[in-house]
Design a protein around this ligand. Sequence first.
Ligand code: GLU
Length: 395
Amino acid sequence: MSHPLSDRINSLPASQTLAMAAKARELRAEGKDIIGLSLGEPDFNTPDFIKEAAVEAIHQDYNSYTPVDGYLELKEAICTKFKRDNAIEYKPSQIVVSTGAKQSIANVMQVLLNPGDEVLLPCPYWVSYSAIATLCEAKSIEIPSSIEANFKITPAQLEAAITPKTKLILFNSPNNPSGVIYTKEEYQALAAVLEKHPQIYIMSDEIYEHINYETKPFSLAAIDSLYDRTITVNGLAKAFAMTGWRIGYIGAPEWIAKACTKMQGQITSGTNCIAQRAAITAVLAPVSKIQYMVDEFKTRRGIVIDLLREIDGFKVNVPDGAFYVFPDVSAFFGKTIDGITINNASDFSLFLLEKANVATVTGEAFGAPDCIRISYAASELQIREAIKRIKEALS
Ligand code: GLU
């Protein structure tokens, strides 16, 4: 029976990252030994110094509604962080704190996009970008890339994708799902194209900024010519192991920040007060305090790459950051293994779930249909066992 749901929700695809995680949980509840490498969620605990700040806030009776755009003290701390880490000058009036970077992104798209506007998505891109654009009745325009191009787009590709309807482009570096980081020079070359099209706004999702291994990411808003039309998105979930605390934020031109506050004021109001107090401590902490997690991710990256490269048919690049590998598995398309025909990355990902009991996410969700995403935000033991099972299932 079909229920009288709105066209809006009917046209919205479910989040495939969350759906795969839910499916893994379901199978586990049925007694299956599933290793979850689908969700991008650090397996560390939130550092003690942040937890202590939250406990203190509870004892200090922080329990009322907060300003919709966040406590001033937190916004000031975020400005300090932007200056320290990103060489970007923002005033507190340019900052909006939200319930996770996902809400920050949704706010921005809702306040900027009209039906029919085009949103450029360099591939691969995080699943929710296109879904939120759909909610705004905007059109997602994918700019393809491949593992051979190290999952980066070129200035010529960008130029070719721009039309009079282009309103927004989303960059995400370090990238989810490829782990790739655009260098300063690469960003400058893309900026030179954007300079010719002043009607285009730029959203730079920098949520994985601190999880980098060799190259420090560069922020697009640090390019003077783009500053006035760039929205920098960040949050605490990934680097501080605070996924459930739900703290995201933007730095943006003041008029965009104001509009996001208006939007949020009608939908969720201010973000959780305790999490905001703890966030002040987190964003002001020296990055060295979380380096142990980054070091561990780097070790795991090496293990995953070495092990995957031993499997015939997996093409693997070396990610510069985040905690994902994004192998090209198109060599398996058209093959039948153990009675299952694999026609595409979704089939491959389901094959791995069924035959290896390993949860991954299909690259189709990220606009890269030749690949699958493997998250190595899991213990070394789990990673080794998962890849062993994958190898066995495929042989
Ligand atoms: N961002 C994470 C991921 O890509 C968490 C899940 C989600 O919100 O999509 O796995």
